[in-house]
Ligand binder design. Structure first.
Ligand code: ZN
Length: 53
């Protein structure tokens, strides 16, 4: 399973934190900007393709 593409958002400062960044820091669930420990999982932005006709 791929872990890439999961993005968390800090509930305190709202900074996006990727799961890759968390792993680089030893797997600690912690905001990389302010250090707050509560992050919510958000979906990465999906680029919608408009069908050209
Ligand atoms: Zn933060």
């Amino acid at each position: 399973m791929e872990k890439t593409g999961i993005v968390y958002e800090c509930l305190k400062c709202g900074s996006p934190v990727s799961s890759e960044e968390l792993e680089l820091r030893g797997g600690e669930t912690k905001c990389t900007v302010c250090g707050y420990r509560i992050l919510k999982k958000v979906k990465p932005p999906v680029v919608k393709r408009l069908k050209a006709r």
